[in-house]
Write a protein that binds this ligand. Structure first.
Ligand code: ATP
Ligand code: MG
Length: 400
């Protein structure tokens, strides 16, 4: 395989490790994505050297998961995960492997991997090690477990979620045996920490082939095994006719909440153990969707969206309303806003206090600023200190 520039840059790491007498390969998703001509996220490296050896070989090493054999090596301003050949030691309790065992060969390391398409390794010259016909499965666009599906999914039921997210990310179909195994092991998902399920579910909904992924989701009745879904059997009927990828899980929650408002955002975020960031995103998408429903797209709505949310917002509108809204339209409106954050306002809290020296400072100052912000964003007032001061003076009553 012809190496791309990204791999050539990383080659220095393989060479350095090899110069000390150890083996090193590119491995996993990056090799798969190279063969698929997809954008490559992270380049991961597998090596026979132990983590402490890697720490000695390289100057800049961040010990992120020494107990699992993983360190991050900084090389030419990029970060690479370097993981010692290993097998997962103890899957008896079906949780995240607590202990791992280092092994001698790349073959053993590839054997522990979930799917044939992810069990590829490549050396510095571009020669690919393919023990399980992963290349052919990539060509056939099939997701197939390494080894017996029943065993592999029982060992780690999270792989069920991973199979679905790869189908949504890559548009691949599930091999028949793999699908059967998923169907017989699916109830074991209950043993998996919700945080791990969330990570894969978020990638699932963000996949460009979400429609295909959703076919499998429904085929295996995954909803019966996921938080919130399992207590609300009607929720899948509320799905929009045509799904679009959503990059943030906050947008996913917003989609379901908008379609089934009886299930609160709080319920979603608590049961899925979401971060505050996801919760905040969900709330701001819902607010924007409600504004859109009443007044259409306006500057105040766009101002309230985070830039990373423009495409998700457009997708949500397209799914939930019969409207066509492009991401570009949102961007254009955002670019034309007079200000993009409160910090850009020509007036601040201190200015307002000076205008009313006799009034006690209090929440009214924030209230006044909020009103001014809205007037400026919507173009009723220009963002000029004197103009804004005058407005506050003449609208004292409005500032409470
Ligand atoms: P992405 O591009 O989305 O990161 P990826 O294939 O790199 O996809 P990761 O979750 O980053 O996926 O995992 C890296 C590699 O580790 C996988 O390609 C696979 O070989 C292996 N792997 C990850 N999770 C598991 C698991 N639960 N069971 C077995 N192998 C796994
Ligand atoms: Mg990865």
């Amino acid at each position: 395989m012809q190496l791309t520039e990204q791999f050539r840059q990383a080659n220095g790491i393989l060479e350095q490790i090899q110069s000390f007498g150890y083996e090193a390969y590119f491995v996993g998703g990056c090799v798969r994505d190279l063969l698929l001509h997809r954008n490559i996220g992270d380049i991961d490296i597998a090596t026979s050297a132990r983590p402490d050896v890697i720490q000695q070989i390289f100057n800049k090493v961040i010990p992120v998961g020494m107990e699992h054999g993983t360190v991050i090596v900084r090389h030419k301003h990029q970060s690479y995960e370097v993981t010692t050949f290993r097998v997962d030691d103890d899957y008896a309790d079906q949780r995240h492997p607590d202990s791992v065992q280092f092994v001698k060969t790349i073959d053993q390391d590839l054997m522990r991997r979930d799917f044939t398409i992810n069990a590829l390794a490549m050396d510095k010259t571009g020669i690919i090690i393919d023990l399980f016909n992963g290349k052919e499965d990539i060509r056939k666009r099939v997701i197939r477990t390494v080894g017996d599906g029943y065993e592999r999914f029982t060992e780690d039921p999270l792989r069920i979620m991973r199979a679905l997210r790869f189908s949504s990310q890559l548009g691949f179909s599930l091999d028949e045996q793999t699908l059967k195994a998923i169907q017989s092991v699916i109830s074991e998902l209950k043993s998996i920490a919700v945080e791990r399920i969330l990570q894969e579910t978020a990638k699932f909904f963000a996949g460009p082939h979400i429609e295909e992924g959703m076919n499998y989701f429904q085929m295996i009745n995954l909803d019966r095994h996921l938080p919130v879904f399992k207590d609300n059997p009607g929720i899948m009927k509320q799905l929009p006719d045509q799904l679009k990828p959503l990059r943030s899980f906050g947008a996913v929650i917003a989609m379901f909440h908008f379609a089934a408002p009886a299930i609160t955002i709080d319920t979603w975020t608590k049961q899925w153990k979401c971060s505050n960031k996801i919760k905040f995103e969900a709330e701001s998408f819902i607010k924007a969707l409600n504004d859109y429903k009443h007044d259409g797209l306006g500057p105040w709505l766009v101002y309230g969206l985070h830039i990373t949310g423009y495409s998700d917002f457009a997708s949500l509108v397209n799914m939930l309303f019969d409207d066509r809204l492009s991401e570009q339209t949102v961007y254009k409106m955002a670019n034309n806003l007079p200000i993009h954050s409160k910090r850009e306002l020509a007036i601040n809290g201190t200015d307002i206090r000076w205008l009313f020296p006799d009034r006690q400072p209090g929440p009214w100052i924030g209230g006044a600023l909020k009103q001014i912000e809205k007037q400026v964003v919507t173009g009723y007032l220009s963002n000029n200190k004197n103009v804004l001061k005058e407005w506050v003076k003449w609208n004292q009553h409005a500032t409470g």
